[in-house]
Design a protein around this ligand. Structure first.
Ligand code: BTN
Length: 234
């Protein structure tokens, strides 16, 4: 279902998707670049984008209301976690951190940036294949540093295959099945979490995801519903 366009260098694959959209590109267009000169992450952070890692954006215009498109960040996260697990030795532990980071033994290996433009959703994915960027303010790892063997193109192909599979199940069966798959790959229920939300910090026991994908946190009998924030282990 994907039409992959490959570039050596681009500012940001998400931005190239926007330009291609303006020129008529549609559902299933994929931009893959060897390096980005202006890669960006969530919360306007820089995404270090040297050659050797995967930088890819996917344009989706599924027949699903725009109000439900944030669910795609969970669909993408599951596909990335499956890819990482497929490329790493069995003993390495890849898990999801809400909403869509992929960690291996507590270090970030991939990030996902979802952007909505009109009826189009752009899923930008950065996956550290050969290098783990340093000095980014959190622990990072890569497929190579975690004992896996992969090429960037190989990682891209596995990721697109998994994404296609999970997109199909999302469209056919809805979000509930994706939510369950996400929970299977994330913290155990009851794990103690600390969450920063716009300068405030909350601590509590992980109580799952609500039907919209918000994170549920129990603290002294009170249930908090978190729709945006940064999660760390308490
Ligand atoms: C995060 O902050 O965790 C999200 C990082 C997303 C990075 C990817 S790399 C491909 C795509 N192009 C970008 O400029 N950003 C995303």
């Amino acid at each position: 279902m994907f039409d992959v366009r490959h570039y050596e260098t681009i500012d940001s694959t998400n931005d190239e998707i926007r330009r291609l959209m303006a020129a008529g590109a549609g559902h299933g267009t994929v931009v893959h670049a060897d390096e980005q000169t202006a890669g960006r992450g969530r919360l306007s952070r820089v995404w270090v984008s040297r050659p050797g890692n995967l930088y890819m954006s996917i344009l989706l215009q599924p027949d699903v209301p725009v109000a439900r498109r944030s669910e795609l960040s969970f669909v993408a996260a599951i596909a990335v976690a499956d890819t990482v697990r497929a490329l790493l030795p069995k003993q390495a532990r890849a898990m999801l951190k809400w909403p869509n980071d992929v960690l291996v033994d507590g270090a970030k290996i991939a990030g996902i940036l979802l952007e909505q433009i009109g009826d189009a959703t752009i899923i930008g994915i950065g996956l550290d294949v050969l290098h783990a960027p340093s000095d980014v303010g959190y622990k990072t790892t890569s497929i190579a540093a975690s004992g896996g063997i992969a090429t960037v193109d190989g990682a891209r192909d596995i990721l697109l295959a998994r994404l296609e599979q999970h997109l199909q199940s999302w469209q056919q069966d809805g979000f509930a099945v994706i939510r369950e798959a996400w929970l299977d790959r994330s913290y155990p229920i009851g794990a103690r979490l600390r969450i920063s939300v716009q300068g405030a910090t909350f601590e509590g026991d992980f109580a799952g995801l609500d039907p919209d994908g918000a994170l549920l946190l129990d603290d002294h009998g009170e249930r908090r519903r978190i729709v945006a924030g940064d999660v760390g282990a308490a």
